[in-house]
Design a protein around this ligand. Structure first.
Ligand SMILES: *Cc1c(COP(=O)(O)O)cnc(C)c1O
Length: 410
């Protein structure tokens, strides 16, 4: 068998890197040899592992976080004419899923310290068309989610928790994933755990869980269950035929192979969270006190599960200077990125067309805090295997690039 996690031959320090060991290899091999590659026991085991970890009764595995969010909105009955309040400072999928069901994202600005939606603006934004709140734990930070819960309860509006970046984080001991009526994790390779591609819907509501299971599986009847022997391809089961479809559904299933990777990763979750914590700590020790940098803060009552390590330049820096620093890091074989460009400034929000022509036009200046933050962020390399030396190389190069920008300014 090949050795686990070979070190790359070149000296690049990538932005992110999955942490795959012989345990993942073993689980995948077992699954490959089991003769069952989809709709089987490994997916169910993975669902139970994630749901139990975040204190939810049900887990529904899907083939991406985006697919999971799409199903969560469908299961809650969000559709055309509805508004969903969400953040403009996130990965684009957290707003695109609202467009997928024909609803309208109503963006509100963020708090500059936590980078999450400002709770005061959330309460003020709720109106007669508000069907749901889609709250994102930005970079894995669950700050304010207790306040979102209180506001949502007062208005009797469900929260959809986009916890794609937050597996393992807690606020006052409550795990990310358990704040919403329904929550969705993502398992792309840069997340806390990966399945290659994948996601997990979590909820305490068995009706929502059943609906999501039907929707991910071509609209097969609620309560449909697979025969025990092999992947179903035809014929009847106890609860309905393989070829009976009760609603418009999708194929958002996660394969047994991907779920096997996920089961191994879940067994190693605490170990991986601890490694990430150590890397974050090293960055803090190395870059804390730099006068031109704002480092991520951890709120009181929050137990952080680090997704990425994103620093930001002081407000005196322009976006062009930030971009130049990122290019400088990359030229020195150091991965860096501008997490995140504001969603409302992406082309399909600036100039909505075709099936999005029902959307209002968005423009620069609408969400000044999100825009100001977004223009100055730099995501630095962040992965479990990062050594103290790697962090030192990144920090030193970043300092030099900032200095270069200051000299250029004159
Ligand atoms: C990663 C992520 C998703 C889902 O991404 P997929 O690539 O579809 O798994 C959704 N929302 C946020 C905020 C994310 O970071």
């Amino acid at each position: 068998m090949m050795s686990a996690s070979p070190k790359p031959a070149h000296s690049e320090i990538p932005l992110s890197r999955p942490d795959i060991t012989e345990l993942e290899e073993q689980y995948v091999l077992q699954t490959l040899r089991s003769g069952r590659l989809s709709i089987g026991p490994v997916v169910e085991r993975f669902e139970d592992l994630v749901a139990a970890r975040v204190n939810c009764r049900h887990g529904v595995a899907v083939n991406s976080g985006t697919g999971g969010l799409h199903l969560a909105l469908l299961a809650l009955g969000v559709g055309p004419g509805d508004e969903v309040i969400t953040t403009p400072f996130s990965f684009v999928a957290s707003a695109n899923c609202i467009l997928m069901v024909g609803a309208t994202p109503k963006f509100i600005d963020i708090c500059p310290r936590t980078l999450n939606m400002d709770p005061a603006k959330l309460a003020a934004a709720i109106g007669p068309r508000t069907k749901a709140i889609l709250a994102v734990e930005t970079f894995g930070n669950p700050a304010y989610f207790d306040q979102y819960q209180a506001i949502a309860a007062r208005h009797e509006i469900p929260i959809i928790e986009d916890c794609c970046e937050a597996l393992g984080a807690t606020l006052k001991g409550q795990p990310a994933g358990s704040f919403g009526r329904i929550g969705v994790f993502g398992f792309y390779p840069n997340k806390q755990i990966t399945t290659g591609e994948g996601g997990m819907i979590v909820t305490n509501d068995s009706r929502l869980a059943d609906m999501c299971k039907s929707l991910r599986n071509q609209g097969r009847p609620l309560g449909w269950s697979a025969p025990k022997a092999a992947e179903p391809t035809h014929g009847g089961t106890a609860t309905g035929s393989w070829l009976r479809h009760e609603r418009l559904g999708y194929n958002y299933r996660l394969s047994e192979i991907n779920a096997a990777i996920g089961c191994a990763q879940m067994r190693r979750l605490d170990e991986m969270i601890a490694k990430r914590q150590q890397v974050a700590q090293r960055y803090w020790e190395r870059l804390g006190g730099h006068k031109d940098l704002v480092l991520p803060t951890v709120e009181e009552n929050v137990s952080q599960s680090w997704f990425v390590y994103v620093v930001r330049l002081a407000p005196t820096y322009t976006m062009e200077e930030r971009d130049s620093i990122i290019r400088g890091l990359r030229a020195h074989d150091i991965g860096a990125s501008d997490y995140f460009p504001c969603i409302h400034l992406q082309q399909h929000f600036l100039q909505p067309a075709g099936n999005l022509s029902y959307l209002p036009q968005h423009q620069p200046g609408m969400f000044p805090i999100a825009e100001s933050v977004s223009n100055r962020t730099i995501a630095l390399p962040f992965y479990n295997q990062m050594t103290k030396k790697d962090v030192d190389i990144v920090a030193m190069t970043l300092e030099v690039m900032i200095q270069r920008e200051n000299l250029r300014r004159g």
